[in-house]
Design a binder for this molecule. Structure first.
Ligand SMILES: NC(=O)c1ccc[n+]([C@@H]2O[C@H](COP(=O)([O-])OP(=O)(O)OC[C@H]3O[C@@H](n4cnc5c(N)ncnc54)[C@H](O)[C@@H]3O)[C@@H](O)[C@H]2O)c1
Ligand SMILES: N[C@H](CO)Cc1c[nH]c[nH+]1
Ligand SMILES: [Zn+2]
Length: 375
């Protein structure tokens, strides 16, 4: 069965049978039976397991992520014309769900999603993450606690996405955030409409554009870093250097030898990778040629793992070509734009002839009357 039908069948079953189906899939895929909601005692136990040094590492990282993201917050945009007010106001989404991957638990992902959500002012946050041996990773729980998130569920994969989208075993969320494996990503795609989703942030990818000036070892380890996430991850080397191409020919790395850096850039645009590193003599010079990438990292000292963890930039990024039409996670993904207008009598009466005639053209009589009846 293909992935789409496989996931659709499980989601259909979850919609039909509710919590019984969620329990069954949780038992089957995560070997878990028991309460889904993490208890206060579990939060405390987790905190007790984290060494003080690690607590400092996490706090400092959260500060760096906050510093970067605070600058993204936009103000309402209003203007006055003919004594009327027009514009856009921003409101945080009321209730969100965050999926934190758990095959290899990624507490850093909770920092990347939780911090901008808090900056945006989201009031209710539910986190789902798959348990291992019946428990949630203690670092994930510690990060949740630091961010003031109390609702964490031991739920992973398709069943977690179904539970958040349809409100099974928890209050339904308005939008689901966070990356995951191919099952999670496809489930998010399929529940879109019932809820919002951030983007299609699936198995990790990296493309590196490099020339003969690049350090071969730096390039190779950067490529291998993203393959480490799992067998669905992808890595491309786009290079003008024969020597580098030969050095990086390893399992899982697709090497493309190009005639010029312009050709490398065009190849990157076709791939639209999640991450694009440019390690060339003049990396900045190529940025103008790149249209499609989730993130662009320039030079020898901006490897993807640094961005994954401590630079402060967001590591939730579109994959599978979705960077052609979607973007890195930002604070504004947690907010809705609401159109606002307050029209003065003077402006309404002087301009309404436009609306009245357009209503006639569209044959919508009550639209016309609504504008005509006003004095
Ligand atoms: N694009 C991004 O922004 C980004 C960021 C971080 C991580 N990632 C990616 O997230 C992914 C995390 O994957 P992971 O597997 O470690 O954790 P995960 O939590 O996404 O997936 C694990 C869950 O998948 C479900 N599952 C596994 N096999 C299944 C099957 N055969 N049928 C149904 N469900 C099944 C189980 O419920 C399991 O708990 C990686 O691919 C990583 O590259 C992407
Ligand atoms: N590289 C991942 C995004 O594709 C993010 C991550 C989290 N932890 C390590 N890496
Ligand atoms: Zn990574």
């Amino acid at each position: 069965m293909d992935l789409e039908s496989y996931v659709a069948e499980i989601l259909r079953d979850i919609r039909r049978r509710g919590i019984e189906a969620v329990k069954e899939y949780s038992r089957k895929f995560d070997g878990y039976e028991g309460e889904f909601l993490v208890s206060e005692e579990e939060f405390e136990e987790a905190e007790g397991q984290i060494p003080e040094k690690d607590k400092e590492i996490i706090k400092r990282t959260i500060e760096r992520i906050r510093f970067y993201h605070e600058k993204q917050l936009e103000n309402d945009k209003l203007y006055i014309k003919n004594a009327s007010i027009y514009g856009i106001i921003y409101k945080p989404i009321r209730r969100i769900g965050i999926y934190v991957p758990g095959g290899k638990p990624l507490p850093s992902t909770l920092m990347m999603v939780g911090v901008p959500a808090k900056i945006a002012g989201v009031k209710e946050i539910a986190v789902t993450t798959p348990p291992k041996n019946g428990k949630v990773n203690p670092y994930v729980l510690y990060v949740a606690r630091l961010l003031g998130i109390k609702e964490v569920y031991k739920l992973g994969g398709i069943q977690a996405i179904g539970a958040m989208a349809y409100g099974i075993g928890m209050k339904k969320v308005d939008k689901i955030f966070g990356p995951g494996n191919k099952f999670v990503n496809e489930a998010k795609r399929q529940v879109f409409g019932a809820v919002g989703i951030d983007s299609l942030a699936g198995p990790s990818e990296i493309a590196v554009i490099a020339d003969e000036t690049a350090d071969k070892k730096y390039v190779l380890y950067d490529l291998l870093s993203q393959l480490e996430h799992g067998k669905d991850s992808k890595a491309w080397l786009l290079t003008t250097s024969n020597e580098l191409a030969e050095y990086c020919r390893r399992d899982g790395i697709e090497v493309v030898l190009c005639e010029s850096l312009e050709e490398c850039a065009e190849k990157a645009n076709e791939i639209a990778p999640e991450h694009l590193e440019i390690i060339t003599e003049n990396p900045m010079g190529l940025v103008g040629l790149i249209d499609n990438a989730g993130a662009i990292y320039l030079g020898e000292y901006t490897p993807v793992p640094a961005a994954d963890y401590f630079l402060g930039v967001n590591h939730v990024l579109p994959t599978g070509g979705a960077a052609k039409f979607s973007s890195v996670l930002t604070v504004m993904d947690f907010m809705k734009r609401i159109s606002l207008a307050y029209v003065s009598r003077e402006e309404f009466l002087s301009e309404r002839y436009l609306g009245i005639r357009l209503a006639e053209i569209e044959g919508l009589e009550m639209h016309k009357r609504s504008m005509e009846v006003r004095k």
